[in-house]
Write a protein of this length. Sequence first.
Length: 443
Amino acid sequence: MIPWKTYSQALKRNVQSRQLAALLFAFHSHFPENSQPFKTNQLSKHMTPAIYLEKGRDKSLRRRHPWIFSRGIRKMEGEPSLGETVDIFTHDGKWLAKGAYSPHSQIRARVWSFEKTEINEDFFVKRIQNALLLRQDVIERDGLTGYRLIAAESDGLPGITIDKYQDYLVCQLLSAGAEFQKQSLINALLKVFPQCNIYERSDVAVRKKEGLEERTGVLHGNEPPKSVVIEENGVKISVDIVGGHKTGFYLDQRDSRQQAMKYVKGKEVLNCFSYTGGFGLYALKGDAKRVINADVSQPALDSAKLNAELNEFDISKKRAVFLNADVFKLLREYRDQGTKFDVVIMDPPKFAESKAQLNGACRGYKDINMLAMQILKPGGTLLTYSCSGLMDQVLFQKIIADAAVDAGRQVKFVERFEQAADHPTDTAYPEGFYLKGFACKVI
């Protein structure tokens, strides 16, 4: 083998030496692995950066779970930028998937595709069309003008949530890959929904774990008005896209709201954590005798009252009350006063954002359900829910059972609830199932 320094020396000599240098350059260009300037781990510009997994870490991917954790990575080739697409291989070089790289997150990559396809505008068009087709029956059956179009990993688009309210598409981009592909996503949405406006609501703290800043604003078209009115199951609801919770409304509870109606006819109902009145509206539609909507946010209560008026419900104080109160304190006051209800609806916000918060969340759920049981009349109904994905249905059921013991009441589970049909769960991604609920008879 000819040493590299011979080439350097030859450049300083006569014409014959320059000819020798040219020959040597050709030799090293043909065999780059034998020369110092061409390193074996330097990828060509046209090549995709790659992740190689530790041995045995490919099992979940072979079952099509879309996450790769940092501890499962053996090595990387190339230097992918934040959110860039990478090829994913087994430890011995067998190709597995294409994913989005996230150097700041413990979920180091999220899979876009288990097929060798380009991640581009056409890819997103197909994913969006498939998601729309999946929901078509539900949209038409329930006459929906507000629904979840994209449910992130469950629709093969990790970190991307999109809700449709009339002609507004509201996006949450919660992963580095989603941010990296933003323009391709926007272009794809406009191909499928050419008349729609697109607004971003990526004002979620989890973006910091991805190395991203929170962001909101118009991505295409017009700024949303203060109120966009949608309809579900014959109920009209005003949605504040810019300032409301999540993307504006809790679409995932649509089916539970509908199912709650059969428990409320002629009943005194307490709707806790009422937000803009979702469950309360359905209770009024279901001919409840009286509905008290309790929430700590006065603007949310004002919206709840407007929603009741929008549906032309009787909102005299004999029929509907909108009470600004801390629910925990309110329940204790009702208990101490001996105030009783026929139905209590308990739909609190997420109590656990991380595993470290789960124990505290369990205590919170137990306490609040215990208090609800204590203010129910014998034979009353507790409709209780948890949207904490870290709390599975079995754990939630145990918490309700423990609450019953502490409340000194006999409780029977009579019905189970889950997220609405436009929030599907892929069998390969059980984390997509997060909302669970029970109808309980309190003896």
